[in-house]
Design a protein around this ligand. Structure first.
Ligand SMILES: O=C(O)CCC(=O)C(=O)O
Ligand SMILES: [Fe+2]
Length: 283
């Protein structure tokens, strides 16, 4: 199955429908070159200082540079992209709230081998989520053109319902070739992996992922973004980072205060809010 591409003006309903059907799609040129260049400039020093990965899965010649919310004001625009958030809300609708899971520039160096084909939701300690329960919604924004040769992310569209298997072959997958500024969306269930980079230049993608707010985040947002920077962020972004209740009783501070009070000071709202209702899982 080929990967569907939608234009930048596609609405959240259409994007979500393709994502639910295929497990992945590309929205072409959703971000401007200028915004991508700003993020690259803000992150350049951090990328230079990032070592390669420590194992074959993360990639020994692949750099993973995180903490984008604290380090790159321009990246916050992508973290809060309204269509992406709308789509994430639709995919993760069974949870009361969702949150940022990780922010990471993935720089696959020239000559890097391909990453093993995997599911991102395996990060939750391989918990066997039901096939109709989505814990995670993912994006990779192309910081430069993604080609088959330079390590475009490879995916197996339609594989989101397949049984668990650790030996899928790269030959089963297709490359998410896309131009700079395009956004690959994929669920936590679809089989995929970073492609082999057979060129001598680096392929860079900005991986921004979201998960149900009752799960642990892959990138610890409270510790990755210094408190003095967090104090400058708007409430919506702070909530998205996890300064919100993850469910009726998840995430309060001390005397059952809303976690946003850790940044804003007393707001007078009790964190528990409404007593819990039996869940309507809408499965
Ligand atoms: O960099 C990519 O294209 C994909 C990386 C990936 O899938 C991962 O690290 O989980
Ligand atoms: Fe992945």
């Amino acid at each position: 199955m080929e990967l569907t591409h939608l234009p930048a003006d596609a609405g959240a309903e259409e994007v979500h429908a393709v994502l639910a059907r295929d497990g992945a799609l590309v929205i072409d040129q959703l971000a401007s070159d200028q915004l991508i260049d700003e993020i690259a400039a803000e992150m350049a020093g951090y990328v230079d200082a990032t070592p390669g990965g420590s194992d074959d899965f993360s990639g020994r010649t692949t750099k993973r540079t995180g903490a984008l919310i604290g380090r790159s004001p321009a990246a916050r625009t992508l973290v809060q992209h309204p269509v992406i958030l709308d789509v994430a809300g639709r995919l993760l609708h069974q949870a009361r709230a969702y949150q940022v899971h990780l922010t990471q520039l993935i720089s696959i160096g020239g000559g890097s081998p391909g990453q093993p084909i995997h599911r991102d939701e395996w990060a939750f300690d391989f918990f066997p989520f039901p096939s109709d329960l989505h814990p995670q919604c993912n994006t990779i924004w192309a910081m430069n053109d993604f080609t088959d040769a330079n390590g475009a992310t490879r995916l197996i569209p339609g594989s989101q319902d397949w049984p668990v298997a650790f030996d899928h072959k790269v030959t089963e997958s297709v490359p998410a070739e896309m131009s700079k500024g395009s956004c690959l969306l994929y669920t936590g269930k679809v089989y995929h992996g970073g492609g082999a980079n057979t060129t001598d230049t680096t392929r860079t993608g900005l991986n921004i992922t979201y998960c149900a707010a009752w799960l642990r985040q892959e990138e610890n947002q409270y510790l990755s973004c210094p408190p003095e920077v967090a104090a400058t962020l708007d409430d919506d972004l702070l909530k998205l980072m996890g300064y919100q209740m993850g469910s009726y009783a998840l995430g309060y501070i001390d005397d059952v205060r809303d976690p946003l009070e850790a940044v804003r000071g007393a707001t007078g709202t009790m964190s528990f809010g409404e007593a819990p209702q039996p869940p309507d899982r809408k499965r």
